[in-house]
Design a binder for this molecule. Structure first.
Ligand code: FAD
Length: 521
């Protein structure tokens, strides 16, 4: 066992579990089977759920239907099959639930599944002569001794010498709320909602900063916990997420990877207008005659009208959603080949609208939210948001609508998600990587990685082939990484490359394994 290659996965959420699974799965395809030691280092007490699927209230619903949730690339039914074969495992914790292909299950149920998948991966590794070892620690530093010789250091003074490291740090906390964070009564994230709800006085007036999925989780969780104080939602656009219709998956006919490749071949670089044209043509085809594209994107006059319309529409197929979902297959490639100025324009002016349409919520949560707004228990404010520190009366003042009106609240909860700007992420490890020139921020989000291989680029833009990243840290390169399907595809590609190189090294050949390019390239 002494000279077995060592792989360290930093982060044991969905991406880390998917990476461990695919490394072992990939090893089993080789003859002879390479033996590896894989450490999964996770700072939380449990390995599997990560931030996205941690133990919390059942009001935190998945926004993907159970039939297509999977951290296993190419096997969309993996989670559903697990729920069917392991009812006894999850039924105790989720007694009121029946899981079918079209269900939106509580996210903690996925966390439980990921914990089980991790344990199964550990067992499978042993059967294959490898080892997957959980380590409960925070990775805070990394030293480079030489190629395929990295020292991974944890806050608990453990050092692991690794041949390959995969960063799967996921949704890192934000520093965006700056000095306010030190104030009692300020929460940087609404998660776990049950813990936040317990820490807040039931009659407190609450300000949620942000109006996307995490704000929906926060308001519904607080309401379910019997919160009585008014909840204010502040965001620049005031837009709430759209609501999922009844449609199944869709196979594009116009917006295909071949079509985008042909455009790139003909023009060299893509313009934003090229992509908008392609997506629009596909939506019009999928929706059929009579679909009015222009008025479709027009904002509703107020949140209640918006939700009423969305809830009504959710009873039918909404093919535009299926088209946007299917765009996962081309966006990564299209983004890579887009003119930089257009990328900048999209990131600055359109990204937040795109996300409001792309990431939708289940209708049951939309109905709960509409009822809260209708009853006056939730109020949505649109406009630039400014928060003043706690005043003499113990309250925070939030300027949060275009008219400059000030709202006083007792508690502030950040629902901003993970900032794309990596310098705003609260991660000692990233700070060290930036300081040492091992990684550098990507102007469009996360850290710079090579588009084809996922290897991290350091000073001088050079990608080293022993340090890879998967997930949100690669958002600037891969564009949309906040979905399990994309993480799983990347995890498999990274695993293929690493196991390929490990197998070659084991066979005595010195050359590096050819790295397969991302499927979409
Ligand atoms: C609230 C929420 C809801 C979502 N809902 C859906 C959905 O319904 N469907 C879908 O497909 N996708 C959803 N997503 C998208 C999500 O990005 C992916 O599905 C996936 O769960 C992300 O997994 P991850 O491992 O990259 O990140 P995370 O879940 O954030 O896990 C990262 C892990 O790394 C650990 N970590 C970080 N740094 C270190 C370090 N230095 N040392 C040790 N450990 C470290 C963290 O503690 C954490 O456990 C959701 C995301 C969020 C945030």
């Amino acid at each position: 066992m002494k000279n077995e290659p060592v792989i360290v996965i930093v982060g044991g959420g969905a991406a880390g579990i998917s990476a461990a699974y695919h490394l072992i799965d990939e090893a089993a395809k080789h003859q002879p089977m390479p033996r590896m030691t894989i450490y999964v280092v996770e700072s939380r007490p449990r390995i599997g759920a990560g931030n996205a699927y941690e133990a919390d209230w059942e009001t935190n619903l998945m926004n993907t239907r159970a039939g297509v949730i999977s951290p296993v690339a190419g096997d969309p039914g993996h989670f559903l099959r697990w729920t069917q074969a392991n009812t006894a495992v999850w039924k105790d914790q989720f007694p009121g639930w029946r899981v079918a292909a079209d269900s939106f299950v509580p996210r903690p149920m996925l966390g439980l599944y990921l914990e089980h998948l991790f344990m199964e991966t550990c067992r499978q590794a042993l059967r294959c002569g490898s080892r997957v070892i959980p380590v409960h620690a925070e990775v805070v530093d990394l030293d480079v001794n030489g190629p395929n010789d990295l020292l991974v250091k944890t806050a608990s003074n453990l050092t692991i010498r690794a041949n390959h490291v995969i960063l799967c740090q996921g949704h890192l906390p934000s520093r965006e709320m700056g000095d306010l964070l030190a104030e009692p009564g300020v929460f940087v994230t609404p998660y776990p909602v049950r813990r936040v709800a317990r820490s807040i006085d039931r009659t407190a007036e609450v300000g949620l900063i942000g109006s996307r999925l995490s704000a929906v989780d926060a308001m519904l969780g607080l309401a379910a916990a019997g919160h009585q104080g008014r909840i204010h939602v502040f965001s620049r656009s005031g837009r709430l997420p759209s609501v999922r219709g009844t449609q199944e998956r869709y196979t594009p006919r116009i917006m295909t990877l071949d079509a985008v490749r042909q455009m790139v071949a003909a023009k060299g670089k893509l313009r934003l207008a090229d992509m908008v044209g392609l997506v629009r043509a596909e939506i019009e085809l999928a929706e059929g005659p009579g679909f009015d594209f222009a008025s479709f994107f027009a904002p509703a006059p107020d949140p209640l009208t918006f939700l009423d319309r969305e809830i009504e529409a959710a009873g039918q197929p909404r093919m535009w959603q299926a088209v946007l979902y299917a765009s996962n297959a081309i966006l990564e490639y299209a983004w890579h080949h887009m003119v930089e100025a257009d990328k900048e324009r999209f990131a600055r002016d359109h990204f937040s609208h795109y996300i409001a349409f792309r990431v939708s919520i289940p209708v049951e949560n939309a109905i709960r939210m509409r009822d809260l707004i209708r009853d006056g228990r939730v109020q949505v404010h649109a406009g630039p948001v400014a928060i003043e520190p706690r005043g003499a009366d113990g309250r925070f003042r939030i300027v949060g609508d275009g008219a400059g009106e000030v709202t006083a609240v007792d508690t502030v909860i950040g629902c901003l998600g993970t900032p794309r700007d990596a310098t705003k992420l609260d991660s000692p490890l990233l700070e060290r990587l930036f300081a040492k020139g091992i990684a550098r921020p990507d102007r469009f989000g996360g850290i710079q990685v090579d588009h084809g291989t996922g290897y991290v680029r350091g000073a001088g833009g050079v990608a080293r082939d022993d340090l890879a990243a998967i997930g949100d840290l690669t958002a600037g390169t891969h564009f949309f990484t906040s979905v399990l399907e994309v993480l799983a595809r990347h995890a498999r590609l990274r695993a293929e490359a690493i196991v390929g190189s490990v197998a070659q090294a084991a066979s005595g050949r010195v050359e590096k394994a050819p790295v397969r390019q991302a499927a979409a390239v």
